[in-house]
Design a protein. Structure first.
Lengths: 246, 338
């Protein structure tokens, strides 16, 4: 446990030191929020909350997902340097390694969520009590766990060259299918159906339900858990293979 | 070759002794696709031994070391370190390894890297001590991306020392070092092994193996082709060269390469060089075949010749076995002209 925490702390420090990477994780969701809010922000309510709040949650989820996936995908770089081979020669267990790396991905996703929420308060005229701010933020943040694991899997299986295209592909698919860019209600019935099996839909939906004061959707929590379990199993297999030369 | 008998004797030794071995590799095989990287390696290393694994590129050194450390699973065969599976021995901090390439994380300083690695062990050496022993205390504050090749190797060495291991495994440790750094590296190694650690290192250099190791394993074509002291290996792989001036040699070069004990024929100016696995036999045959040969010299060959000799011998053994089963009528081919 201590080893996992130590490794997470060190790895997080190294990631946050890369200022360009951190900037990249917050810039796009923030810009998109300002853009969408400017276009649609004035229109009444959506799913029981204001459009400003709806968009704020969508873009916080979008930014958080991107940051979490990209943070994990950086493992491909560490693998290429041979660091993973060295790590395999320590007492850190595969489970500890994955837990540490997932924690780092979640930490890296925080700035994007916080900044989009800040923009929601300052620009999007989102007004609500403190416990809803905290609850909504926490809901988005914790729902990112499957994406932290997606990033790890990409980091384990992709080469440094293929990482970029693979993360973009997964990221875009998640954003579109989960209704983060276009509300799911405006998609075709088939896509609406599909969205409910996609984790990114629930990342945003669970947070919206928190803001709207509705009971948490058990199905959504189940979908997020299922993705996490399956991906973690994949990740464990991929980690074992990562001792080979990259 | 008496050194081969030693392997057989040790490998067949009583079970009790094998359980205490620092390293026990049994029947290791590994293929990468269609490439047979390791083709049956059996090695037992007693605690406290300092062993060099010598071989050319592609001999299977790195694959063998990866399997030894548990980084790669063998296709067949077993690895035991101090009687345990490699993963367990590693987790207990009994094994430290210096890997061949990379291993240095970007965006951190040398001290942070070593400290992190130390935090991932149960009974690590103090970070300052690891830095001092590896001779990198002065560059501890530098980013890992700003190091020279030799400095990076020393940082890797520090990582190998961090677990305070009983078994130290070094995959071509001096590969990026200049002569001076290499010398000081080996002198600090001597200090380290004085307290009875087991050391296994891979190298291209026979001199390095001979200077530093008690025992040298020569790997070629994925097999151990020789096992003995540095002096024994040097003698076994002497791979001498016979050179002579032979009038009108042009027409007879192919017949020269067919002489017993000759691996390869080369012409340098007026001289013909015969690279030999058995220079005595080659010289006798040469004098019989070419009575006009003169200004004859016999010299000790370089390491390339030595590998050639050993590799040719294993290939010949394999070919002979193959021919016996496949086609008893055909004569076994006994030399390779590579």
């Amino acid at each position: 446990m201590t080893m996992t925490l130590t490794y997470a702390a060190m790895s997080a420090r190294a990631t946050f030191r890369n200022a360009r990477f951190v900037l990249f994780t917050v810039a796009l969701p923030l810009a998109l929020y300002l853009l969408f809010n400017g276009l649609y922000g004035g229109r009444g309510d959506e799913a029981g909350i204001t459009v400003g709040a709806y968009l704020m949650v969508s873009m916080a989820a979008y930014g958080g997902i991107g940051a979490a996936i990209n943070a994990g995908a950086r493992i491909a770089v560490e693998r290429q340097t041979g660091w993973n081979r060295q790590l395999r020669l320590s007492a850190l267990t595969p489970r500890g390694y994955m837990a540490a790396k997932s924690a780092v991905s979640l930490l890296v996703a925080l700035p994007a969520i916080l900044l989009v929420f800040l923009a929601g308060a300052l620009v999007g005229h989102v007004r609500m009590p403190l416990h809803l701010w905290l609850g909504g933020g926490l809901a988005v943040w914790l729902s990112l766990i499957p994406f932290a694991v997606v990033g790890l899997v990409i980091g384990f299986v992709a080469t440094v060259d293929s990482t970029q295209s693979l993360t973009v592909l997964v990221y875009m698919a998640m954003a579109v299918l989960g209704g983060l860019w276009i509300p799911v209600e405006q998609l075709s019935p088939f896509l609406q159906h599909l969205a409910r099996a996609v984790p990114s839909y629930w990342t945003a939906q669970i947070a919206r339900d928190v803001l709207a004061g509705v009971a948490l959707p058990l199905r959504g929590i189940g979908v997020l858990l299922a993705w996490t379990v399956v991906l973690a199993a994949l990740g464990a297999v991929a980690y074992r293979r990562s001792g080979r030369k990259a | 070759m008496p050194t081969r008998d030693r392997v057989a004797a040790v490998a067949a030794g009583p079970r009790g002794r094998a359980a205490a071995a620092a390293v026990e590799l049994t029947g290791l095989h590994k293929n990468w696709g269609s490439v047979q990287a390791v083709r049956g390696v059996d090695v037992i290393i007693a605690p406290g031994e300092v062993v060099a694994v010598l071989g050319p590129n592609g001999a299977g050194k790195s694959t063998t070391i990866d399997m030894l450390l548990g980084l790669t699973a063998p296709d067949a065969g077993t690895v035991r370190l101090f009687g345990e599976a490699p993963g367990i021995a590693v987790r207990e901090g009994r094994v430290g390894a210096m890997l061949q390439s990379g291993a240095l994380l970007p965006d951190v300083t040398v001290r942070e890297l070593v400290a992190t690695f130390a935090a991932l062990h149960r009974h690590p050496l103090p970070v300052a001590e690891a830095l001092r022993r590896a001779g990198i205390a002065d560059i501890a504050g530098q980013r890992t991306t700003k190091l020279s090749g030799g400095q990076a190797q020393r940082v890797r060495f520090a990582l190998a020392l961090v677990p305070d291991p009983e078994l130290l495994v070094l995959d071509e440790p001096t590969v990026a070092m200049d002569v001076e750094v290499r010398r000081s590296f080996w002198s600090s190694m001597r200090e380290l092994v004085a307290d009875g650690r087991t050391v296994l290192f891979a190298t291209h250099y026979l001199e390095e193996a001979d200077d530093f190791a008690d025992r040298v394993l020569v790997l070629a074509g994925g097999r151990v082709v020789a096992d003995g002291t540095g002096a024994q290996i040097k003698a076994a792989v002497s791979g001498r060269t016979v050179s002579a001036v032979i009038p009108d040699v042009e027409g007879s070069r192919s017949s020269l390469s067919a002489l017993p004990g000759v691996l390869r024929v080369e012409q340098v100016g007026p001289r013909v060089l015969l690279h030999c696995s058995d220079s005595d036999a080659a010289l006798r045959a040469l004098l019989a075949a070419e009575p006009r040969a003169h200004d004859i010299e016999v010299s000790a060959g370089d390491l390339e010749d030595a590998f050639l000799a050993l590799t040719a011998r294993t290939v010949a053994d394999a070919d002979a076995a193959h021919h016996l089963t496949a086609d008893p009528a055909s004569a076994p081919s006994t030399r390779s002209s590579r």
